[in-house]
Design a protein around this ligand. Sequence first.
Ligand SMILES: *Cc1c(COP(=O)(O)O)cnc(C)c1O
Length: 392
Amino acid sequence: MPANRLFYKTRVVTPGPTDVPPAVLLEMAQPIIHHRTKQFQAIFTQMTQRLGNLFRTKGPVLTLAGSGTTAFEAAMISLAKPGSKVITVASGKFGERWQDIYDQYAPSLNVTNVKINVPWGQAVTAQQIADALAANPDASVVALVHSETSTATACDLKAIAQVTAKSNALLIADSITGVGALPVEMDAWGVDCVVTGSQKALMLPPGLGFVALGQRAQDRLKEVKAGAYYNLDLRRWLKALADNDVPFTAPVSLIRGQSVALEMIEKEGLETIWTRVAKLAAATRAAFGAMGLKLISQNPSDSVTGIFYPAGIDDSKFRGALRDKYGLHTAGGQDGRGAKWKVSILRVSHMGYVDAGDTLAFLSAVETELIAAGQKIESGTALAAAAKVLAS
Ligand SMILES: *Cc1c(COP(=O)(O)O)cnc(C)c1O
């Protein structure tokens, strides 16, 4: 923020953390209540019910204190069978992280990590998963990312779940930028374990991770004894949930805020939100296309859009101008094993508390700054293209 502007309106359009609605902020500002009280239990029980509606599951949804990584790591290590293979898919930075986590635990869990690497910007296919399972029938887990935020790419989770359901392997899906933004039907699709976090589509600050468990995942937790981990043992969290509780001190303020945010989602309607997110993404893709900018993804996710900068644009200067002149907080890229995108891409989010006004402001600012940087774009191109989609 420029030093001379003390009161500065920010528009957070990064793909996490995202903006939090005022009603949720106010709820979190309420006085602290003790977590072993009837009052807190009522809030927690209601939030858990709402999570079930969000994931479209009748099964248990666990609320862990920690970020999305905490929740996914807990699912990965609690559900893997010792002595088996685990299949991990990387098509971006987050998938690479999940591969690293199983590598780290391989000696203590006694698992062999079978890695599928997909070029960044592409999505893993159901056929690739089927082939990997055919070659590794002793795999106990397939861990992958539904919406790979680092590459703005989504895979066909429904088709992949049809494949894993026929195998002995559980499907663990990182849907941290999927759930609440893209259609996810956990029970109907037969996804064994779906994980999300609070700071993306769920309109809360970072700090909560959610793990939804299907029947096969619950059976696996019974079948397999816990290994060398404690806080991350899902059995502990599942046992506490049976009493509408968590095993350790609950992040009470976040939980009451999450309940309010989930109530807002229910009131708007999940399908309505999916449609809104898809429309904002389509408008953004149309505007980028009209300006001649290339998408980073060949299978774009609707929760986040990324483009490659045209030659001559400096990432830090460009996003600095968006931030300082327009209050727009955007995301750049990341470097990983599959690609080095740290200074070459720009990403914008369509999930959570973001609307058409934010999206149009972002697109207009991008166009203005590209023109200022010498790009040959006719003024008004981005808005004309976006408005056509938004009006349809
Ligand atoms: C944000 C995100 C995560 C979790 O990251 P944390 O920083 O641990 O919350 C994991 N996977 C994807 C796809 C994400 O977008």
